[in-house]
Design a protein. Structure first.
Length: 137
């Protein structure tokens, strides 16, 4: 099995798609967590539904659905017809949902006194988040 070239190519493909989906999911998950924590209600509810849905759907079901989506909607054929892209999209949306909850937990774990100290030092909201809260989360 280890002497078959296709096996090693599949291993490289798995590593590449996993790394890409993790990296993209990390960034998207952080944005989703920030939206869930500090956004108005009209943004917060769709983000909560996204996180709930993609954490609930099994990854294998999502992979099969996204890969077969071009049969239902032929306009998606150029993008989702490629197995690598279909797998990347499926894994990224799932990873982003899980990462959003991880980031949300980290952001909520920072004590409220830390941001109050930033207010006392007259930092802006962005400054408090960038310099105080996010590095501790």
């Amino acid at each position: 099995m280890f002497s078959i070239g296709a096996f090693w190519q599949a291993c490289v493909t798995v590593i590449v798609i996993s790394t890409l989906s993790w990296g993209i999911g990390l960034v998207v998950g952080f944005l989703l967590a920030c939206a869930k924590l500090s956004a108005p209600r009209w943004v917060k509810i769709p983000v909560e539904l996204y996180i709930w849905f993609f954490r609930s759907v099994p990854l294998m079901v999502l992979l099969v659905f996204v890969y077969n989506l071009p049969q239902l909607f032929p306009v998606t054929q150029p993008l989702l017809g490629v197995p690598f892209i279909a797998g990347l999209v499926s894994m990224t949306v799932t990873e982003a949902a899980y990462m959003a909850e991880i980031h949300r937990g980290g952001l909520l774990s920072v004590a409220k006194g830390q941001s109050e100290a930033g207010h006392a030092l007259s930092f802006s909201f962005i400054g408090i988040q960038r310099l105080i809260v996010i590095p501790q989360a």
